[in-house]
Design a protein around this ligand. Structure first.
Ligand code: HEC
Ligand code: HEC
Length: 192
């Protein structure tokens, strides 16, 4: 058995070496001006990076903002959540709703007692509790939550510079459209 393995070893080794040589020859070497050798493919500074423009001036750079929905609340279509218990994307136009104060226009439709009438997704229980102390705020919004746009954003249609291949995980179907963070917050925590 040992002898057999020994016999094969040089052949396998030489095959690996020649494969390695073949691969390294087949690769196109890339370099910048400073490190270039004969035959190397040279990339200019403009070709490096994502914006394909000179790095020394902003003159030709226009920020891409993309299009956001113009549908009013009540007329828009909600988006599937990005992953379980992610903050949902704002489905509707928010023009004229800013700036957000402690008592803001979003709460006027999204606080649980208002959502019954507006048809909006009610603000979840995780926003109505002080998450540091665990104190329930008797139906009031926690002070750390009034700036909704800190976590919730309006979906924008634009072509990303880098493709996003992230795929969210959901343990149950409902998680694609509703959150239940407060129920799961202590999951796996041993209270003893
Ligand atoms: C006039 C009532 C109204 C106001 C004001 C309003 N919303 Fe909404 N919102 C809705 C309704 C209704 C929906 C459900 C989608 C629809 O029918 O357009 C919704 C959907 C959403 C969603 C998606 C919820 C989900 O389950 O996917 C988020 C997030 C949201 N709104 C956040 C906000 C924020 C933040 C503000 C303030 C900047 C705001 N909304 C202001 C009524 C409102
Ligand atoms: C600090 C970040 C943060 C802020 C600020 C915040 N949210 Fe959220 N929101 C979340 C996250 C994370 C979730 C999903 C997990 C959960 O339920 O807490 C969520 C969930 C929601 C949902 C979905 C509830 C459901 O049952 O599916 C609504 C509606 C919502 N937020 C509205 C708001 C509104 C309106 C404001 C402002 C008044 C706001 N949020 C402020 C992070 C935030």
């Amino acid at each position: 058995m040992n002898g057999k393995r020994f016999k094969w070893f040089p052949a396998v080794l030489s095959a690996a070496v020649s494969l390695g040589l073949f691969v390294s020859c087949a690769q196109t070497k890339t370099a910048t001006m400073a490190t270039a050798e004969k035959g190397d493919k040279i990339y200019t500074e403009e070709e490096l990076g994502l914006r394909h423009e000179t790095l020394y001036t902003e003159d030709n750079i226009t920020p891409v903002h993309g299009e956001t929905t113009t549908k009013e609340p009540g007329e828009s279509t909600k988006f599937e959540r990005s992953f379980e218990n992610s903050p949902p994307l704002i489905a509707h136009d928010i023009t004229g709703m800013l700036p957000l104060e402690r008592d803001n226009i979003c709460m006027g439709c999204h606080m649980p007692e208002e959502a019954v009438f507006s048809g909006a997704t009610p603000i979840p229980s995780s926003h109505l509790i002080n998450l540091t102390t665990g104190e329930y705020l008797r139906g009031k919004l926690d002070g750390s939550r009034f700036n909704c746009l800190q976590c919730h954003v309006v979906q924008t249609a634009l072509t990303p510079a880098v493709e996003n291949i992230f795929k969210g995980e959901f343990r149950d179907k409902q998680g694609r459209y509703r959150s239940n963070l407060l129920n799961l917050l202590n999951e796996g925590v041993n209270a003893e």
